[in-house]
Design a protein around this ligand. Structure first.
Ligand SMILES: C[S@@+](CC[C@H](N)C(=O)[O-])C[C@H]1O[C@@H](n2cnc3c(N)ncnc32)[C@H](O)[C@@H]1O
Length: 271
């Protein structure tokens, strides 16, 4: 499949998710979603305080980590979130950088942007801006941001090397990259690799951990290191993930194999 066709399917998939999940407490039916978005988010490292600090509906349980928690954001900094979805991490980042700082969320799905902008309005966030765009062609100037964050998105991009190059370009010298994402430790079964449902579900687009780290280094980042990782085994018991497995029609014996192949990593790099 051509890269443009993959992105079209991903955009349509997330467009539907943005439209169908109307409350933060609604069951999610997506990527890394669970029976309730907040339950899933607690499992991947968000605190109750963080969950209650954002506008209702900003968390759809689509992430696979908590990049803001390890980004060491400071007052006055400019942060860019690649694939910002409904804005959850942008709002957490905005709380950290304060009024003198700025957060820019980038997403290619117009329905997600509508939701994110509505959430910003509800929460009266003046220091957050959402821009329509692809993370492979960031709508931002060179050397303009202090930190780039991303949560469970780069696995969805067909050209990951390009995404990291773009992140490097927009960062100021000394700027930092902090991403949570899904990577593989083993090859996925062929029928999963070819499934677009599994692609939208943040499984089939994932690459090996080594390739992922190489792509970050290749873009020019230094001090690249994995600061945390967790296997997906526990999340595989989550009702939302079970829904996805049923939807893709994965035989039970293959489920364990997939779970053992997928790792959620937190990676950092410096420009
Ligand atoms: C799994 S969701 C994660 C959303 C958000 N980071 C969160 O944790 O709630 C993936 C998001 O990335 C967006 N996305 C996927 N591929 C993209 C691309 N190539 N360029 C821009 N946005 C993309 C989707 O539209 C969707 O909103």
């Amino acid at each position: 499949m051509k890269h443009s066709e993959i992105k079209k399917v991903v955009r349509e998939g997330y467009g539907k998710i943005a439209k169908t999940n109307s409350s933060c407490c609604a069951p999610t039916s997506s990527c890394c979603g669970g029976s309730s978005a907040d339950d899933t988010s607690r499992k991947i490292g968000y605190t109750d305080e963080e969950l209650s600090s954002v506008p209702e509906g900003a968390n759809l349980g689509l992430g696979c980590g908590n990049p803001v928690a390890f980004a060491s954001l400071k007052k006055g900094e400019t942060v860019m979130d690649l694939g910002s979805g409904p804005g959850f991490d942008c709002f957490l980042a905005a709380n950290k950088v304060g009024k003198s700082g700025k957060v820019i969320g980038i997403d290619m799905t117009p329905e997600m942007l509508d939701r994110a902008r509505e959430n910003a309005r509800k929460g009266n966030y003046k220091n957050v801006e959402f821009r329509l765009g692809e993370i492979e062609n960031l709508p931002a100037a060179d050397n303009s941001v202090d930190a780039v964050i991303s949560n469970c998105v780069i696995n969805l991009a067909p050209d990951k090397k390009r995404v990291f190059k773009e992140a490097f370009r927009v960062l100021k010298p000394g700027g930092r990259l902090m991403v949570s994402d899904i990577v593989l430790t083993k090859e996925l079964p062929d029928n999963i690799k070819d499934s677009m449902e599994a692609y939208i579900g943040c499984i089939a687009g994932a690459i090996s951990k080594d390739e992922y780290i190489m792509a970050i280094k290749y873009a020019g980042f230094r001090d690249v290191r994995i600061v945390g990782e967790s296997y997906y085994l526990e999340l595989m018991n989550d009702p939302g993930i079970r829904d996805l497995i049923e939807k893709i029609n994965i035989p039970p014996d293959v489920v364990k194999e997939i779970a053992e192949s997928m790792v959620s990593v937190k990676v950092q790099g410096m420009k």
